[in-house]
Unconditional design. Sequence first.
Length: 283
Amino acid sequence: MPHDLYPRRIVSLQPSATVTLASLGCLDLVVACTKYCLDVVPELRDLPRRIVADSWTANRNQILAAQPDFVVASVPYQLDAVADILKAGVRFLGLAPHSLSEIYTDIMTIAGVVGRPEQGHQVVAAMQQEIDQVRHRVQAAQPPRPTVFCEEWGKPLIASQGWVKELVEAAGGEFIGEPGKQVTPEAIYAADPDVLVAAWCGAGDRVPLEKIVAQRGWRELRAVRKGRVYCIPDERLNTPAPTLLQGLYALAGALHPSLFPESLVPRAIRATPLPVPSQENTL
């Protein structure tokens, strides 16, 4: 394909697309991105780039001001925002993966668009190799596999996406609940998971673990009693891109701390064992 058919001015409307472009060595093509992209690709802070709204609140005037020849976005979307993107009249690629397999396909799609298919193959192969290495490492852990509830949002309570379920399983755990679906605190209380993980969209590592445990009446859950309630920064689990490897290692460190360096174990609450009954109460 002639070189001039590849995009030269790209607007990225989600961090996952920006991370993928960075992994392909194409940051020089990104003329505009969201403020959230700067958190996962900090080298963009030193480059002259416009900051635009993401694909949830996209604004076509902002997009057009960057004079792009290509716009790429990924989940989450809002219907009105997608309509505004389309009205901009620029070539548009919208991604909505649900699984690791679909994420790999999206990486290869972006790689094809920018004319770097070989780099795309290399990025996907590296991700698959890392995930397989973690999977093989945790196989040495004694069964049963710890049960895990991961949430991507707290109000309402929503379970993490399908690719997080796959990462939990690769890290040696058993995912509780239906990925991407709303669930009640009572249902999680009944399931009584071994591990709780909060990775709220847009919250970074600031999820108030102790507060949500108290508000939901979860103090007696085994995960709480053993101090196995963790916060993993959302960009490590909610961004469908190569940064998911950071989330994988955080999960592996939380589930099997004896097999991984302490530095990989994410922030957790303190263990709060149930009080031991007094001798008088046992007579």
